[in-house]
Design a protein around this ligand. Structure first.
Ligand code: SF4
Length: 351
């Protein structure tokens, strides 16, 4: 391993243990690593008794995306985010929809095209006036957190800073991200606690704890739930998940139920539209105010409806916002219900 490689830097958060072992405290997996060992995410390695990240500024892809693609439907609707991904994940799901980058070790060699610096990110963001924010997505962004911190601290305040994450970072990481300017997160769930803790060897309650901390600190939150037939689509699971959102966070947190397609190691048939529609109805009946269905282009449940009178408020076509009739103070024009949108920017709407 070439320690002159600019992607390899000493990690911010770890503990030194005896015999040159280290314990990573970046995420709740808390890998304890002997010299020469890498964590299960493949992005952190014990090199001579110090934990190093192997992916500082190492980008698997970056491109412009509508914020709706994250998915985030109630955060700067219609805006555009410069979106980055890197390599690896700290939770290994057999059904991963992005497995070509999440299951991938960082490449042995980097190229100028794959190496970003925080300065380059700021330059790119400033260069294109259509960019409204920066988003870390595609793989688990917690693993790029040293790089994300530097980007967030350097990026002017008029750009939003967003994460699409599994939410399994430690509280220290979450705190540093928020202190450095993180504004919003879409957190993806793979099922309810009993499913994920058994199948993925995690403790989901730690994700809920993080979400509560983030909500208390004013971070915009949206939740995504990949609906996988026979794994996590049981009516009881959807009810349980909806109740957790309401009781641990709020009924007005947007929740996206996403259609699963066979991917990576899982060959289960794709989720049917009728299954997703049933899921939508269950979640609404439980009391969630903003429920969406994702990965079904053109479906009416991609739109935002007033939780009080069901008036159509924001209409979407795929990831484009095509119509809005919210008032200038984010209320329903029909019944005056205050709608949870942060903030409303009508100039972004493509009419
Ligand atoms: S970030 Fe990687 S190395 Fe660190 S605890 Fe999580 S999985 Fe392990």
């Amino acid at each position: 391993m070439n320690v002159d490689d600019p992607r390899i830097r000493e990690a911010y958060l770890y503990k030194k243990l005896s015999n040159n072992r280290v314990q990573c405290t970046t995420c709740h997996v808390n890998c304890s690593l002997e010299e020469g060992e890498s964590g299960i995410c493949k992005t952190r390695k014990n090199i001579e008794g110090k934990l190093h990240t192997l992916i500082y500024g190492d980008i698997s892809s970056y491109s412009l995306h509508p914020i709706e693609k994250m998915p985030a439907y109630q955060y700067y609707p219609g805006s555009v985010a410069l979106t980055f991904g890197s390599w690896g994940c700290n939770i290994n799901c057999d059904w991963c929809q992005n497995w070509d980058i999440t299951m991938h070790k960082p490449p042995e060699k980097y190229t100028n095209a794959s190496l970003m610096t925080p300065e380059k990110v700021v330059e790119n963001a400033n260069f294109n006036p259509s960019i409204n924010g920066v988003c870390f997505s595609f793989n688990e962004p917690t693993l790029s957190f040293e790089f994300a911190l530097d980007v967030f601290q350097m990026l002017p305040n008029d750009f939003y800073k967003y994460f699409v994450s599994n939410g399994y970072m430690t509280v220290e990481v979450l705190d540093l991200l928020i202190s450095s300017g993180l504004n919003g997160m879409t957190v993806s769930f793979k099922g309810t606690e009993n499913v994920t803790d058994a199948l993925l060897n995690i403790q989901q309650r730690k994700i809920w704890d993080n979400l509560q901390i983030a909500a208390q600190r004013g971070i915009h939150l949206e939740l995504a739930y990949l609906v996988i037939p026979t794994i996590n689509d049981d009516e009881e699971f959807i009810r349980d998940f909806s109740q957790k959102v309401i009781h641990r966070l709020s009924a007005n947190i947007p929740v996206h139920f996403l259609r699963y397609f066979p991917s990576y190691l899982t060959k289960i048939e794709k989720t049917s539209v009728s299954n997703l529609q049933k899921t939508y109805t269950i979640a609404k009946n439980e009391g969630l105010e903003y429920v969406y269905l994702g990965n079904i282009p053109g479906h009416p449940f991609q739109n935002t409806y007033c939780p009080d009178c069901s008036e159509l408020l924001l209409k979407r076509d795929q990831f484009s916002l095509t119509f809005s009739q919210l008032t200038s103070d984010n209320r329903c024009p029909s019944c005056n219900f205050p709608v949870q949108i942060f903030p409303y920017r009508p100039q972004y709407i493509n009419k």
